[in-house]
Design a protein around this ligand. Structure first.
Ligand SMILES: [Zn+2]
Length: 275
């Protein structure tokens, strides 16, 4: 299908990039990406994906916009406090780029529904704020052979890993299991500089677009660490995958998500908010 006049203008800066061009833009418009968590990481990831013309964007979130979100969750607006985040995010994306179709999943992703929800998408972005959710997404993506971007941000720093099936380690290879709640703090407990989450979410969108286009090197087998306070980016390399990993190692113990239901349950009271 040829591009319309407005599309030729809208994507003109992509067309001049040899790595994207007309064929790359067509690929992006046919792509389907799911962003889990329409919070801070999700805000910049969703907005850059929509601006880039990703044809179908899934938005999964069960929370509503709160005034305390607006310091960093730039996809939402003051007049939409109290609105489900999926609906608020959809409004911003539609206003940004009417080429994008949004699919809303206004529900908690669980052991019982996550694999069905991620199935139709080419790539998944984990933009959640709790390790219980991050391990659920990791294990669902590994078991479903689904490429995905893991990231987290807290205080003045963040990290990003890209997982591609059979090509590199997963989050569980690196961390083993959900850390005890006294070792991991969410943004609501520890605080976060809003602009830091914008950088990390933007890196997730960049990795997604590179994967969809098949260009460049991804953060596969690597972890990117960002320290905003001292303005440093560092990349550390990891072996292909850990032999002892419970989900992708040599003798996996997690053969289905329901085998491991307890680990994904949030043990203490949390706000459940996303980054
Ligand atoms: Zn693994």
């Amino acid at each position: 299908m040829p591009f319309s006049e407005t599309q030729l203008e809208r994507y003109s800066r992509h067309f001049v990039l040899r790595e994207i061009g007309v064929s790359g833009q067509k690929k992006l418009l046919k792509s389907k990406v799911l962003v889990i968590g329409a919070g801070a990481l999700g805000s910049s990831a969703l907005m850059y994906l929509a601006a880039a013309g990703i044809g179908t964007i899934g938005i999964a979130d069960y929370d509503r916009v709160d005034l305390s979100n607006l310091q960093r969750q730039i996809i939402h607006r003051t007049d939409l406090v109290g609105t489900p985040k999926t609906i608020s995010a959809q409004q911003t994306l539609h206003a940004l780029n009417p080429d994008v179709a949004c699919e809303l999943h206004t529900k908690r992703l669980t052991v019982d529904n996550i694999q069905e929800i991620i199935a139709p998408y080419d790539f998944v972005i984990d933009a959640t704020d709790r390790f219980e959710h991050k391990f659920l997404i990791n294990d669902a993506c590994v078991l479903s052979a689904k490429p995905y971007s893991h990231a987290g941000a807290v205080r003045f720093g963040g990290q990003v890993i890209t997982y591609i099936p059979k090509q590199g380690p997963c989050l569980r290879c690196l961390l083993g299991k959900v850390p005890p709640s006294n070792e991991s703090m969410t943004c609501s407990q520890a605080g976060v500089l809003g602009a830091v989450t914008g950088v990390i979410g933007s890196i997730q969108a960049t990795e997604t677009i590179k994967y969809l286009l098949g260009i460049g090197d991804l953060l596969v087998g690597k972890i990117l660490l960002y320290d905003a306070l001292y303005m440093q980016f560092n990349v550390f390399e990891f072996p292909r995958s850990a032999a002892h990993c419970g989900v992708c190692g040599e003798h996996p113990t997690i053969l289905s998500l329901s085998d491991n239901r307890d680990e994904y349950e949030i043990k203490e009271c949390g706000t459940g908010e996303n980054a």
